[in-house]
Design a protein around this ligand. Structure first.
Ligand code: ATP
Ligand code: MG
Length: 140
């Protein structure tokens, strides 16, 4: 299995509860390595651009409001089959449906305030990493 990269966001519900370390620990225990990380406050423009694929969904405006409601931690993760590995440890979008042992089962508050984002394909991972990081900020 190839070592690949994915993009992660620790969302405002997690920074508000001071559990960014707990989230990162679960990522690391799942075999992912944090090779870039920074705490930022997303602008409305950034949130709308990042979630542009969801622009037509009924929850889009609320989602952008939530993602700009507090700081987030954006990360680049590296590991074997990183996109799938991260999605597996994140768990289902709705914490009510998330499996035991996943971040969203253990820590998420709701379908919106669900603690983490993770890229859903290698192609989207590359786009999302570029959206938030310069190559110099990524130290593998
Ligand atoms: P993410 O893209 O954040 O990793 P995901 O891929 O599991 O999550 P998506 O379908 O891409 O889920 O939705 C993006 C985000 O939009 C979700 O993580 C969640 O915060 C929010 N969201 C999705 N569905 C709903 C919904 N029905 N109501 C409110 N918010 C939602
Ligand atoms: Mg998604």
């Amino acid at each position: 299995m190839a070592v690949t990269r994915t993009f992660s966001i620790i969302k405002p519900d997690a920074t508000r509860r001071n559990i960014t370390g707990a989230v990162t620990k679960m990522l690391e225990e799942a075999g992912l390595r944090v090779i870039a990380s920074k705490r930022i406050r997303m602008s409305r423009e950034q949130a709308e651009g990042f979630y542009a694929v969801h622009a037509e969904r009924p929850f889009f405006a609320d989602l952008c409001t939530f993602m700009t409601s507090g700081p987030v931690v954006v990360q680049v993760l590296e590991g074997e089959d990183a996109v799938k590995r991260n999605r597996d440890v994140m768990g289902a979008t709705n914490p009510k449906d998330a499996a035991e042992g996943t971040i969203r089962k253990a820590l998420a508050e709701s379908i919106e305030a669900n603690t983490v984002h993770g890229s859903d394909s290698d192609e989207n991972a590359a786009t999302e990493i570029e959206f938030f990081f310069t190559p110099q900020e990524i130290v593998g």
